[in-house]
Write a protein that binds this ligand. Structure first.
Ligand code: HEC
Ligand code: HEC
Length: 397
């Protein structure tokens, strides 16, 4: 067990590349002429070179027609910086605001059965803190989502355990949940940064696997498959990059997937990705988290500097919301801060604290799909980051 890979160590190469990629995307304004930022709006009439022919034009046209109503009814809260913290309508201040890209990358929106889309079920539910869509908008959304779903391959009958096709968030942080593999995988995730290097090359970096605090996981031979926009015919990673990778992680422990890096040379703009495994097994450590997984060295600093800052997180990560707690178990924050510290440490980057998932997912101006971003308040977020970083620096000493 002592040989289990731990992502805090031994990934200089991946980190370096990722660092470069992030640095280039963080300069932010390399837009207009940059081929990295080709978006769906950059025409379906073929000037996009490698455009792959069948952009799902029908679906995109339906979206374009409903977009003004959507922005009118939902934009105030659901654009970046809006009150909802869930900016699925994108950034209105971007040089090329692209609600379509944000919507089609949002988890649970484009699914096999449009009526089960989180976009419709949640917005119409009593739990939704915002306004319900008008009947007109709801109908248009369902028609659009139905068209969109035609190009999402149904992988539920695949021989190998497979995560359904999803559209990666480009130049950003992605958390892909493994719940589709079975109940024991609920809350487990593969996380990575995605960057289009050229219209036909997608780099995934800092690829990490996060089991839950209740189950460990063993993943064999992961394989990414690319689905061009509008197509259900997948093209697997041509070099089968992870063919000899087997990753075993104890409950509550995170690790890099292989070298933590893959460059897909068969990428297409606006394509989707699926992820399959030769085998995926959840490992039950008799219901108890591995007590040795990720112990904190600086627990005193954690209690002093960090724990109070996680109180807003505790609202969801307290054990009652299984998806939040499956992702990061903070249920012992009050009763046993040391245990919570070990869980939180899994989402920390000791080498570059600012790149920690804790910060990336909760940054009000970031594109991650996490449902809490300090109500859009940058100052509160910065205060959180400052005090938590005091602990991270102690942990890294
Ligand atoms: C007055 C602000 C407001 C408006 C307007 C609003 N919402 Fe929301 N919405 C929220 C808030 C706050 C949340 C997060 C809390 C919750 O789950 O309700 C949310 C959450 C959501 C979510 C869940 C996102 C996720 O993945 O967690 C969906 C889907 C959604 N809204 C759809 C809509 C749609 C569609 C409209 C337009 C018809 C809309 N909302 C209008 C405030 C708003
Ligand atoms: C409104 C509820 C809510 C609050 C508040 C909340 N989270 Fe989360 N968090 C979630 C959910 C739900 C998930 C799992 C995401 C999913 O299932 O798509 C999650 C997942 C995460 C992840 C894993 C990466 C990811 O994006 O899935 C991190 C890291 C995280 N949360 C950190 C935090 C931190 C730090 C805070 C406090 C500053 C916080 N969360 C507050 C609901 C919340």
């Amino acid at each position: 067990m002592s040989t289990l890979p731990r992502f805090h160590f031994g990934f200089p190469a991946a980190l370096l590349v990722a660092g470069m990629l992030v640095a280039s995307s963080e300069t932010g304004c390399a837009t207009e002429e940059s081929p990295l930022l080709l978006s769906s709006s950059s025409t379906s009439t073929g000037s996009g070179g490698e455009g792959g022919g069948t952009t799902s034009t029908a679906a995109k046209n339906l979206f374009d027609a409903l977009e003004p109503t959507l922005i009118k009814e939902c934009g105030a809260c659901h654009q970046k910086g809006g009150a909802a913290d869930t900016p699925f309508l994108g950034d209105p201040d971007a040089p090329k605001p692209d609600a379509y890209a944000a919507m089609t990358s949002w988890p649970g929106f484009v699914v096999q059965t449009a009526a089960k889309s989180r976009l419709l079920t949640h917005s119409k539910s009593v739990e939704h803190k915002g306004t319900k869509p008008s009947d007109e908008l709801a109908a248009a959304l369902e028609t659009w989502l139905t068209e969109e779903a035609k190009s999402v391959k149904d992988v539920s009958q695949e021989q190998k355990p497979t995560i359904p096709p999803f559209k990666p968030i480009l130049s950003g942080f992605n958390a892909v949940y493994l719940g589709a593999l079975g109940a024991e995988f609920e809350g487990m995730a593969v996380t990575f940064l995605a960057e289009e290097l050229t219209p036909s090359t997608l780099a995934l970096t800092e690829i990490e696997v996060h089991p839950t605090s209740n189950f460990g996981v063993k993943l064999t031979h992961p394989l990414f498959t690319v689905y061009a926009a509008g197509s259900t015919n997948g093209a697997p990673d041509p070099v089968d990059s992870f063919s000899n990778v087997t990753l075993e992680l104890a409950a509550g422990q995170a690790g890099l997937l292989g070298p933590g890096l893959v460059v897909l040379t068969n990428w297409k703009p606006n394509a989707r990705l699926s992820l399959a495994f030769e085998a995926a097994v959840a490992i039950d450590p008799n219901g108890a988290a591995d007590p040795n997984a990720m112990p904190c060295k600086a627990s005193e600093s954690f209690s002093l500097n960090a724990a109070p800052s996680f109180v807003p997180c505790f609202a969801c990560h307290n054990g009652k919301d299984s998806s939040a707690n499956g992702a990061v178990d903070m249920s012992k924050l009050m009763s046993d801060p040391g245990a919570a510290c070990g869980q939180i440490l899994n989402r920390v980057n000791l080498i570059s604290p600012a790149k920690s998932q804790l910060f990336v997912t909760t940054n009000p101006s970031g594109s991650a799909t996490h449902p809490f971003k300090f109500g859009g308040k940058a100052a509160t977020y910065n205060a959180f980051k400052t005090s938590v970083t005091l602990w991270i620096n102690d942990e890294a000493k």
